[in-house]
Design a protein around this ligand. Structure first.
Ligand code: NAD
Ligand code: USQ
Length: 408
């Protein structure tokens, strides 16, 4: 990364945004974080806290400066509401790139109630639109790097290897066969995932109409917690979600094992998902900033995931490593009982990413972090109680038999 490049990181206080901000600063960028701290407020709403004791943003930034001599600026703005302030900030900073993490990112939280559904759509869609609109208003040549999700594709339901954003299809025009590339058909599985498909349409439009250069990173489930930079000092520790709404599956299983809770497999555990370690997340974002699309190039889409795993296999792996009991729960979600998932991810590999995988020993690191902070876990908040439909029974005991769907 060329030094002194200015980058704005929207959502830079969050799980992916914080280590990314540190990495970009370490690489020599002048980083400005924008975050309204909504994620910290949602912790209060849910009565939970990060497994790891995260420090207030001011202290995080002060420690980073003391340790490295590098200053990161911070603005508390709601990008979905404070349009004028956001537009002014962009004019002031004149960034080369904006990295956009600032969305409500939990599928279960987005399905909790009408209020949560509406908040997720308002926050995510308005936020993304405001950023695009402010980039155009600024008249500056800014590359927008957005964190999307593998979930926009619907996890391999078509039975093919999922391409990086665009699908080649054959169409019959007056008896002659033509090959065209279309955006992969959206197939979201929650209100949250749906907002990412709406984002994609906003990117398509602003790219076509205003030539805004956009990279959309279709990221898989992130696991792990530490990066090289967050390990420098306890004040820089990254957040670690484990409860029923925000905790993602592998990190949750590792925390459950640490506190002696059965591993909460939803349904048969036949769901296959794509995964990436947080250290690869920060590497990928740095690579994406260094390789922007050209002018007039369509939205560049990367599949930001390094391997795929079936949920019950992850549970078995964690059980083998820790001795935890694996238990099958009624799936609170409306999702395929079993699915295969094969993905293309060559673009980042061609740019030099050397993927971290589950076999690289970093599971042990997460097991140690979970053991160190297990006293901060409220076990009553472990079960996911957000249901996709009112007719799905809430299962707090985990008595669902594997192979017997409770809801078809
Ligand atoms: P997070 O909730 O930890 O971080 C998001 C940050 O954005 C929070 O600090 C929050 O306060 C801030 N924010 C939200 N709305 C805002 C607004 N309107 N204005 C200003 N700040 C706002 O989430 P994360 O895990 O870091 O995820 C970041 C992005 O990566 C999300 O867009 C998510 O969809 C995507 N992603 C995450 C994962 C994962 O497993 N964590 C996987 C794939 C994609
Ligand atoms: N699951 C369990 N038990 C649990 C938790 C989850 O069996 O205790 C299952 C879920 O039912 C689902 C799978 O594990 O089938 C993944 O769930 P998750 O909570 O780990 O991930 P998800 O809801 O898909 O969302 C996460 C992030 C989101 C991101 C997405 C990437 O929260 O921001 O977009 O991963 S992806 O899954 O590729 O769409």
């Amino acid at each position: 990364m060329a030094s002194q490049e200015r980058v704005i990181v929207l959502g830079g206080d969050g799980f992916c945004g914080w280590p990314t901000s540190l990495r970009l600063s370490h690489e020599g960028c002048d980083v400005t974080i924008v975050d309204n701290l909504s994620r910290r407020k949602i912790d209060v709403e849910l009565g939970c806290q990060s497994l790891t004791p995260i420090q207030p943003i001011e202290r995080r930034l002060q420690s980073w400066q003391q340790l490295t001599g590098r200053k990161i600026d911070y603005r508390n703005l709601n990008i979905a509401e404070d349009y004028q302030e956001l537009a002014q900030l962009i004019q002031e900073v004149r960034p080369k790139a904006i990295v956009h993490f600032a969305e409500q990112r939990a599928a279960p939280y987005s399905m909790k109630s009408p209020r949560h559904k509406r908040y997720t759509v308002d926050n995510n869609t308005n936020g993304t639109h405001n950023v695009l609109c402010a980039i155009v208003e600024s008249g500056l040549d800014i590359h927008l790097v957005h964190l999307g999700t593998m979930g926009v594709y619907g996890y391999g339901t078509a039975g093919l290897s999922i391409p990086e954003g665009y699908l080649t299809v054959k169409v019959d025009v007056n008896g002659a066969e033509h090959e065209i590339e279309i955006p992969y058909p959206p197939h979201p599985g929650s209100i949250y995932h749906m907002t990412k498909t709406l984002d994609a349409l906003l990117f398509y439009y602003y790219n076509k109409n205003d030539d805004v250069r956009v990279t959309d990173l279709h990221q898989g489930v992130v696991w792990g917690t530490n990066t090289e930079e967050t390990l420098l000092h306890p004040d820089l520790i990254n957040r670690f979600d484990w409860e029923g709404d925000y905790g993602t599956v592998l990190n949750r299983f590792l925390v459950q094992a640490a506190v002696g809770h059965p591993l909460t497999v939803h349904g048969s555990g036949g769901q296959t998902r794509a995964f990436i370690h947080i250290r690869d997340t920060v590497r990928c974002i740095s690579l994406a900033i260094q390789h922007p699309p050209a002018h007039k190039e369509r939205v560049k889409i990367f599949n930001q995931a390094t391997e795929t795993h079936r949920v019950r296999n992850l549970a078995d792996l964690v059980s083998r490593l820790t001795g935890a009991e694996v238990r099958y729960y009624v799936n609170p979600r409306n999702e395929a009982w079993e699915n295969e998932l094969v993905i293309h991810n060559e673009q980042f590999l061609e740019l030099g990413l050397q993927p971290i995988t589950l076999s690289d020993g970093l599971l042990q690191e997460v097991i140690e972090v979970a053991a160190r902070y297990r006293d901060r876990v409220d076990v009553t908040k472990i079960i996911a109680d957000s249901r996709w439909r009112a007719d799905i029974p809430l299962d707090r005991e985990g008595k669902a038999a594997q192979g017997e769907p409770v809801i078809a």
